[in-house]
Design a protein around this ligand. Structure first.
Ligand code: UD1
Ligand code: UDP
Length: 379
């Protein structure tokens, strides 16, 4: 057998950890690879929640998160720190996921060392560099560097081909978030106490329609966050509704949400949930209201209508299927669309169909096989 290929997997935030743990597990189980894990810890507590449940102990932890960090400060520290790890480890390949600052800096640091980059969740494009910001440009930078592009769907594959990426460099694998969702669902089925912490809220809100909310996009800081909070306040005015909102740790999100919504009877502002508890919230909720990327993929897979508080989306598959709807950050639009779903049974049923354009739960093993193929390992 050839010498194992040393692959450095680099990530730093909650969603990257969720979407990479299935790939890391597959790489670690495969003798053709030596998998080295480097976390930037661009997120700290929210990253650690995932590392713990997934049982990942990083080989390198740059511990970079700073309170209310700036994009340039973060990016500079990432580039230097990740470059040093690459110089020490001398990997054969570097793997990054998605479109965060860590993913972009990881790809760039690898490129500066002429190390090939594998990009998981490649080819997502909104077509607008300010929505989401700065992720759309991060994706384009990674897309121009990557050696292998793992597109979750045909839509993302087509976006890469339209940018003249060679067809043999792009592979449709499904999104690893579905692998993660299957894994966590099985874990909860085997051990329900893993997600038992929402029982009190479920009892408190029994008989009400539950709306699960998440919000964190940087482009919404300032005006957008305020209007999102106001829309939630108006929705929660209804006595038949309850909102469960695990609030992102970004201080720009927390300040607005706690000021506008703290103390309302029908709104539970809670701390970020670990992944089993978030899966439980998805199951409990009648409707999700979110600006998150990952939640746009998970909610349709579970048949939960999702209202997306964004102007554009790089995940049009849920919208095309009718399970997701873009509502932007305008108060009236958000409230009107939410009330339609709450009051019009037919409208609700049309959206509440389990639909999963994002994968079959086997994306991670496909990705590992494709990388093995690339470096000349036998199956
Ligand atoms: C980052 C990503 C975004 C991704 C999101 C997922 C970039 C530029 N942004 O945005 O693409 O969708 O993560 O959630 O890469 N904080 C904590 N503890 C944590 C996490 C965050 O206190 O565990 C606070 C810190 O004050 C930190 C701030 O949140 O400075 C912002 O974190 P950062 O990673 O820069 O931005 P996000 O908005 O979380
Ligand atoms: N998530 C979680 N706990 C929470 C909120 C979200 O585990 O309290 C998970 C969610 O299931 C999804 C991911 O975090 O897989 C989405 O992360 P986020 O919204 O922070 O980032 P994005 O997907 O927008 O980049």
């Amino acid at each position: 057998m050839n010498k194992p290929t040393k692959i450095l997997v680099v990530f730093g935030t909650r969603p990257e950890a969720i979407k990479l743990f299935p790939v890391i597990a597959a790489l670690k189980a495969d003798p053709r690879f030596a998998c080295v894990v480097c976390v930037s810890a661009q997120h700290r507590q929210m990253l650690d929640q995932v590392l713990e449940i997934a049982g990942i102990v990083p080989d390198h932890d740059l511990d970079l998160m700073r309170p209310d960090q700036t994009l340039d400060g973060l990016t500079a520290a990432l580039l230097t720190g990740l470059g040093q790890v690459m110089d020490a480890e001398k990997p054969d390949r570097v793997m990054v996921q998605g479109d965060t600052a860590t993913a972009m800096a990881g790809a760039l640091a690898a490129y500066y060392r002429k190390v090939p980059v594998d990009h998981v969740e490649a080819g997502l494009r909104s077509g607008n560099i300010l929505h989401p910001w700065p992720e759309e440009v991060n994706r384009k930078i990674i897309g121009s560097i990557a050696s292998l592009h793992f597109a979750p769907t045909e839509v993302s594959e087509a976006a890469l081909l339209a940018e003249n990426v060679a067809a043999d460099r792009v592979h449709v694998t499904g999104n690893t978030v579905i692998d993660a969702l299957h894994w966590v669902t099985e874990r909860i089925a085997a051990q329900p106490s893993l997600a038992g912490g929402l029982a009190d809220l479920a009892a408190r809100f029994a008989g009400k329609r539950i709306i699960g909310v998440t919000s964190h996009r940087r482009e919404n800081f300032g005006g957008g966050m305020e209007t999102i909070a106001e829309a939630i306040r108006r929705i929660a005015d209804r006595p038949d509704v309850a909102v469960i909102f695990p609030v992102h740790l970004n201080p720009n999100v927390r300040a607005v949400m706690h000021r506008a919504l703290g103390g309302l009877d029908n709104v539970a502002l809670i701390e970020p949930l670990d992944y089993p508890h978030f899966a439980r919230l998805l199951a409990l909720a009648d409707i999700m209201l979110t600006d998150s990327g990952g939640v746009q993929e998970e909610a349709p897979a579970l048949g939960k209508p999702v209202l997306v508080m964004r102007e554009t989306t790089e995940r049009p598959e849920g919208v095309s299927a009718g399970t997701a709807r873009l509502v932007g950050t305008d108060v009236t639009v958000i409230v009107t669309e939410m009330f339609t779903l709450l009051d019009d049974k037919a409208a609700y049923e049309t959206m509440a169909r389990a639909h999963n354009p994002f994968g079959d739960g086997h994306a991670a093993s496909r990705i590992v096989e494709l990388v093995a193929n690339e470096v000349g390992h036998q199956a």
